[in-house]
Write a protein that binds this ligand. Structure first.
Ligand code: DC
Length: 220
């Protein structure tokens, strides 16, 4: 029987507010929210802790075999665990942001994550955000959104968020990290960030959270 579950794919540049939108949509529609970027961040944390060399395919494959990622739904928030440890806060640290694009450009890493993401989307209504959800993970998603926003506005939003969480960081560092990640994410060989032809563009430079949510609800 053909599957009847619904999938909303949200892709776009770093710090465009994809997860804010995805969470709001999932809550409104009672869908499951899956943050695919958090999975690449968890892999990055593991690779840093275990000093896995990205250029050695066997070591990368062996490490991937040791990684078990789970999502736990708690009231109002989703937590991610890496081999049983809640790493939701640790993976947001800047040292992970600085290295995650390199790790997620590795073919074997992508294959492992995409396979797990596709399993999570089986028979469930989900909202998933990332870089390749509408192009590679769920090319048949029933709604695809491609998010973008002015890079300066994105950096300011992320800077304020990180500052608010007590991070010692400058606006310039955040801006450079976003530019660096955008560059790697869009130019890597393995499923780079590109807009799927059938994705609707959402530029939220001048939209607030309620407006961007309404933009998508109007297109369902
Ligand atoms: O969404 P995020 O900023 O937390 O994602 C972290 C990194 O993971 C991002 O710089 C690129 C990578 N990523 C990816 O390659 N594919 C995805 N589907 C999601 C994230």
């Amino acid at each position: 029987m053909a599957s009847t579950n619904k999938i909303i794919a949200i892709d776009g540049y770093s710090s465009c507010g994809k997860s804010t939108l995805a969470k709001a949509l999932a809550e409104r529609l009672h869908y499951l929210y899956i943050d695919s970027g958090a999975m690449y961040r968890a892999v990055t944390l593991y690779f840093i802790r275990h000093a896995v060399p990205l250029t050695q395919a066997e070591k990368v494959a062996a490490a991937l075999g040791q990684i078990h990622i789970d999502f736990h739904i708690e009231p109002g928030r989703t937590r991610i665990s890496l081999n049983g440890e809640d790493v939701s806060d640790e993976i947001r640290q800047m040292y992970i942001s600085d290295y995650v694009s390199e790790v997620s450009a590795v073919k074997a890493v992508r294959e492992a994550m995409v396979a797990q993401q596709q399993r999570m989307g089986k028979n469930k209504n989900i909202v998933m955000d990332g870089r390749d959800i509408g192009t590679t993970v769920f090319p048949d998603a029933h709604l695809k959104i491609f998010m973008t926003a002015d890079p300066k506005v994105r950096a300011e939003r992320r800077y304020l968020e990180l500052k608010g969480k007590g991070n010692d960081i400058t606006l310039e560092e955040v801006f450079e990290n976003l530019a660096h990640r955008d560059y790697i994410d869009t130019t890597r060989a393995e499923s780079p960030l590109v807009r799927s032809e059938d994705a609707i563009i959402l530029d939220n430079t001048e939209l607030n959270e309620a407006e961007q949510l309404q933009f998508v609800l109007d297109r369902l």
